[in-house]
Ligand binder design. Structure first.
Ligand code: NAD
Length: 313
């Protein structure tokens, strides 16, 4: 039987609706709307599209947005000064510096300079540590957070399931593994030097793939009935010149074996910006001493509910 397709567009729309309701309640309680500042350095065309998208979606849920489009020749000092101004600006609850940065700027230094309470990308070392230890109040990277929400659309509870994350980047693979572990999955991480990938994949109840290698995961790699989440996005040009997006999983093969699978596009992609909005709302609530749980009895995203105690199990 063909796998169920996990509809990331629909689930992202649910998250945006939850965020919009949360923003309305936040404002009704007398606070100014949560604000997101997006900073872009340079002329990377894909980054300009992402930023425009983020700004549009931020405003669509009732938040305010600020955009800083800086010249590619901007110095690291100038960027750090802007980050310092945004850290001090109480209209700004979330700061996102779009990657990649030009090579003359030290990305790690910029990430570390962002106030951890406004670090809605979740890359500041303090948030990395908080996420890793399951501490409340962590701002968690948006793509893994979105993936957890997609996984929860299939599994109410993932405790005890075997998960393999293929890809070990700081942006996706590593935080992904930490979130799955926090929810008590038995987690392995594979990367470019991992041997016998096919066998390892076939053992996984939950397979999350984030490599950027189109079609890496074939149908025979997949455990029958497994949940497969394809984070990969690669733009491929056909001989006729048209472009299409493909994932890391050979979808037509995998759908025959998996229990549930995300498509590309329309799977993980839409969740990333939706979770950025959720993180901005969380940051705004934290800035007035409220947690997501205080706000309306539950968090916007269930994946953030793990506890230190759960991690120690
Ligand atoms: P990255 O290049 O930083 O990391 C890739 C990882 O994959 C590395 O750990 C590498 O060791 C591993 N890898 C590469 N080839 C492999 C192979 N043959 N077998 C096993 N592992 C292999 O990439 P990233 O930033 O983590 O992004 C990965 C993919 O996810 C890209 O296609 C990217 O566009 C996509 N992505 C999508 C979203 C989204 O919102 N949907 C967000 C972030 C990244």
């Amino acid at each position: 039987m063909a796998a169920r397709i996990i509809d990331g567009k629909a689930i992202a729309a649910d998250v945006r609706a939850e965020v919009a309701a949360g923003v309305a309640a936040f404002v009704a309680d007398g606070s100014p709307p949560p604000g997101l500042a997006v900073v872009l350095v340079g002329e990377d065309p894909a980054s300009h599209v992402y930023v425009a998208n983020k700004v549009r979606q931020t405003e669509s849920v009732g938040m305010s947005s600020q955009q800083y489009i800086l010249d590619a020749a901007t110095t690291e000092r100038e960027l750090l000064d802007l980050v310092a101004r945004l850290n001090a600006d109480n209209r700004v609850h979330g700061i996102l510096v779009q990657f990649p940065l030009p090579s003359h700027i030290d990305t790690a230094r910029v990430v570390s300079a962002i106030n951890p309470g406004k670090d809605v990308d979740g890359f500041n070392p303090l948030n990395v540590g908080r996420t890793a230890t399951g501490m409340k109040g962590a701002l968690t990277p948006c793509t893994p957070l979105g993936v957890m929400r997609l996984i929860h659309s299939v599994h109410d509870n993932v405790a005890g399931l075997g998960a393999l994350v293929v890809g070990a980047s700081n942006v996706v693979g590593r935080p992904m593994a930490r979130l799955l572990l926090q929810e008590q999955c038995t987690v392995s991480v594979a990367h470019v030097l991992t041997t016998d990938l096919e066998r390892r994949c076939r053992e996984a109840d939950i397979l999350v793939v984030a490599t950027g290698v189109p079609g890496l995961i074939r149908g025979q790699f997949i455990k029958p009935g497994a949940t497969v989440i394809d984070v990969g996005i690669t733009r491929i040009k056909s001989s006729s010149g048209t472009e299409r997006l493909v994932g890391d999983v050979a979808f037509d093969e995998a759908i025959e074996v998996a229990g549930a699978i995300t498509p590309v596009p329309g799977g993980v992609g839409p969740m990333t910006i939706a979770c950025l909005l959720a993180n901005t709302l969380s940051a705004a609530r934290s800035s007035i001493g409220e947690s997501d749980e205080d706000a309306h009895g539950q968090g916007t995203l269930p994946a953030m509910s793990g506890s230190v105690t759960a991690m120690q199990a």
